[in-house]
Design a protein around this ligand. Structure first.
Ligand SMILES: N[C@@H](CCC(=O)N[C@@H](CS)C(=O)NCC(=O)O)C(=O)O
Length: 229
């Protein structure tokens, strides 16, 4: 299997939240894909075969699957005898909902807070692309976003409340063991760990402890990501 991922100047340092959730989902199913690093400005050309303008893209034998959600569904449907990512049909819908809720409440404010730090990870060509595309999306210059960093981080932290509460009763969002919702949220934290110096959660909070448990899964796969220094 091959998994196409996003990197900055360092090709061994993948930081996409969507790729991280997918790496964890693949490990959950017992797969260790060959990682193929791409810079932003390589994606469209290198992934033309998959008709995708974003990572992740998975090559699984002669099957090509683009988009993290489609990859998760492909893995669940193609490998039903391996540990389940969703825990059934209801769990699949709830994972999709988790995806939307966490995008709206967490990915959006976090991106606004750390966009400037992501920019710093990129080479010159990618920086030009990132600035143009993201400033259009944000409606503001990256430097101007920096002035709103604290308020966006505060919003992100406030929106963590339901996740923190759930972890008072359960070890994982899948209950006793992690499932796809855990990988979605963990991907968001990995994105920040790999690109930003922001401290997202308080030490020894439920989320902090959960994150440590997630770091240890699959022989410490996620914990090996070098934090931004
Ligand atoms: N809905 C997609 C989103 C993937 C996505 O936005 N990937 C970003 C990297 S984090 C990307 O490839 N962006 C390419 C670009 O902006 O040109 C998924 O879940 O796979």
């Amino acid at each position: 299997m091959k998994l196409y991922e996003l990197v900055g100047r360092d090709p061994s340092h993948g930081f996409s939240p969507y790729v991280w959730r997918t790496r964890m989902a693949l490990a959950h199913k017992g797969f260790e894909p060959e990682m193929v690093p791409l810079r932003f400005t390589e994606i469209a050309e290198k992934l033309a075969f998959a008709e995708s303008r974003t990572v992740p893209v998975l090559e699984d034998g002669d099957k090509v699957v683009a988009d993290s959600w489609h990859i998760a569904c492909h893995l669940e449907d193609t490998y039903p005898d391996r540990p389940s990512l969703f825990g059934g049909a209801v769990g699949r819908v709830q994972a999709r909902h988790f995806n939307m809720v966490s995008f709206h409440g967490l990915v959006v404010p976090l991106f606004r807070a750390i966009a400037g730090e992501i920019f710093e990870m990129l080479d010159e060509e990618d920086q030009a692309y990132f600035r143009e595309s993201r400033e259009k999306r944000l409606g503001k210059a990256l430097e101007e976003m920096e002035h709103h960093r604290d308020e966006n981080l505060d919003l992100f932290r406030a929106n963590l409340w339901p996740y923190e509460q759930t972890l008072k009763e359960y070890d994982f969002f899948g209950g006793e063991t992690p499932t796809y919702g855990d990988y979605i949220l963990y991907g968001i934290f990995q994105w920040s760990r790999g690109t930003s110096r922001a401290q997202l959660v308080e030490q020894n909070s439920r989320l902090d402890d959960w994150r440590s448990r997630m770091d240890e899964l699959f022989d410490g796969l996620g914990g090996r990501l070098q934090p931004r220094s």
